[in-house]
Design a protein around this ligand. Structure first.
Ligand code: THU
Length: 130
């Protein structure tokens, strides 16, 4: 299945009764497997867990720690940029040149990279020699 189809499909399962904003994310891992996630909200923390975080959690739970491509889709008029926390999570498991496609449910796409989403990212190298 393509990343786009996986993201569109998992988006249907999003649990977003507070925002009414359904998001789907799919990532390809180093082994080529596609993992997907949707946003899951709850009454105490209505922002809940983002779709990207869900897809990353599925990849890590399966024993993989390397992502090579990302696709995020939401039912917005314009492609939705990932939140700050998700940018840091993407940067944890993907190189700066990893392609990230942001899309709308009706097919509008915007291509970017993890490095463009999180320039100047804090990384393990910054703690070397401390
Ligand atoms: N959301 C995501 O899942 N991913 C994003 O990139 C942006 C926002 C979700 C979180 C929350 O459930 C809803 O969208 C509104 O913020």
């Amino acid at each position: 299945m393509s990343l786009k189809d996986a993201a569109l499909s998992v988006r249907e399962n999003a649990y977003a009764p507070y925002s009414n904003f359904k998001v789907g994310a799919a990532i390809r891992s180093g082994s080529g497997v596609v993992y997907s996630g949707c946003n899951v909200e709850n009454v105490a923390y209505p922002e809940g867990t983002c779709a990207e975080a869900g897809a990353i959690a599925a990849m890590v739970a399966a024993g993989e720690r390397d992502l090579t491509e990302v696709y995020v889709v939401a039912s917005s008029p314009q492609p939705v940029p990932p939140c700050g926390g998700c940018r840091q999570k993407l940067a944890e498991f993907g190189r700066a040149d990893v392609k990230v496609t942001l899309a709308t449910a009706d097919g509008k796409e915007q291509e970017t990279t993890i490095g463009q989403l999180l320039p100047g990212a804090f990384g393990a190298a910054h703690m070397e020699g401390t």
